[in-house]
Design a protein around this ligand. Structure first.
Ligand code: SAM
Ligand code: SF4
Ligand code: SF4
Length: 344
């Protein structure tokens, strides 16, 4: 197994439900310049909060080495995330390393505050696609949700620049929370309709244990489909590939596509092929995990590729995760890993 080998996976693995390992989400930092109330509430992520030290973060070489090992197990797509991934210094170097060594589908999710200045560099470094998070176009609501007084225009400028340099289509993630921004769904759809970009409406999830999640805060995608359909008729579209997270719909007038991510009301565990690598090198086989497996220790104590490869294979083969299928008020209150740490 070599990091440069671009042949099909040599040691593809499946879990106890025959789910392949296809996607790797890599958190490159647990820090963020937003304090989204549903992700990093200020009451928890305050001045005293202890973020990871630099030495605790995986280096770019360590991440790139792991990507090669994951690729040998069947990973085809890598998403760089966080925290806010564009806060990680010289991220473009990591993207360049991964794209040169592994030729994978390389994507990134960002709040777009630094996208205006970095979009061109990201494209040159081999990034293929970008997802931008934007929860409302209403100034007060957006600033209330990011809780750092960042204006909507900052995100829109980032999207425009990413579009200009050639990232098309851009996916726009909107987490919909009952009574907070659910009134702004139509406005979001209208703004991006006809632009080629794809808005995805995401059900508010009980990730971590600090965001005060309650079922009553969730707006079921089904309801949003009905609301949007009344204003802009839409029709369902076949998934692009097995395991696609978003349910695809298109405007009947041909002016584009939207998506719905319904982790709460329509669990998609059966087709979940995602593993998550935290910024300090622990691997998680579910977004709602309560514990991970430390790969950094192996990397830093001289373990060979085949040793690390075996650890990953054993972990995936034993995987039974199905959190969204069994979610209850009790599971929601478990001490789960936070989204900003594990990577969204
Ligand atoms: N900071 C970047 C951003 O916001 O795009 C990347 C990391 S963020 C954790 C990744 C995605 O997770 C974002 O689209 C965010 O809106 C979403 N997210 C965070 N907490 C969530 C929650 N409780 N429920 C649903 N989506 C959530
Ligand atoms: Fe930061 Fe993204 Fe979490 Fe918002 S959703 S606090 S931007 S990591
Ligand atoms: Fe995958 Fe876990 Fe989400 Fe189910 S709950 S879709 S296993 S991450």
């Amino acid at each position: 197994m070599t990091a440069n080998d671009s042949s099909p996976a040599e040691t593809a693995v499946t879990d106890t439900r025959k789910r392949h390992l296809r996607d790797l989400r890599i958190s490159v930092t647990d820090r963020c310049n937003f304090r989204c109330t549903y992700c990093m509430p200020k009451s928890v992520y305050d001045r005293d909060f202890k973020f990871l030290e630099r030495t605790q973060l995986l280096s770019f070489d360590e991440i790139n080495r792991l990507v090669g090992i994951f690729k040998d197990h069947g990973v085809e797509k890598v998403r760089i995330t966080g925290g806010e991934p564009l806060l990680r210094k010289q991220l473009e170097k990591l993207l360049d390393m991964i794209s040169v060594s592994h030729q994978l589908d390389l994507t990134l999710t960002t709040n777009a505050t630094l996208l205006k200045q970095k979009a061109s560099m990201l494209l040159d470094a081999g990034l293929k696609r970008i997802t931008v998070s934007l929860d409302s176009l209403d100034e007060n609501t957006f600033q209330m949700m990011n809780d750092m007084k960042v204006p909507v225009s900052k995100v829109l400028e980032g999207i425009e620049e990413a579009d200009r340099v050639g990232f098309q289509p851009i996916k726009i993630n909107m987490v919909v929370k009952q009574g907070v921004n659910d009134e702004h769904v139509i406005e979001m759809a209208r703004y991006f309709k006809g632009t080629g970009h794809i808005v995805r409406f995401i059900e508010f999830m009980d990730v971590g244990s600090t965001n005060g999640w309650q079922m009553s805060h969730v707006v079921p995608s089904k309801k949003l489909v009905e609301q949007i359909n009344e204003v802009f008729p839409i029709e369902p579209v076949e998934p692009n590939y097995f395991g696609e997270v978003a349910e695809r719909w298109k405007y009947s007038d041909g002016s584009g596509e939207i998506g719905f991510i319904s982790s709460v009301t329509q669990a998609f565990c059966q087709s979940c092929t995602r593993a998550r690598l935290s910024a300090e090198g622990s691997i998680y086989t579910c977004l709602f995990a309560t514990q991970g497996t430390d790969l950094r220790m192996l990397l830093r104590t001289g373990a060979s590729d085949s040793t690390i490869s075996n650890v990953i294979a054993n972990l995936w083969q034993a995987r039974t995760d199905n959190y969204s299928e069994i979610r209850t008020a009790e599971t929601a209150s478990l001490r789960k890993i936070e989204m900003s740490y594990i990577g969204g």
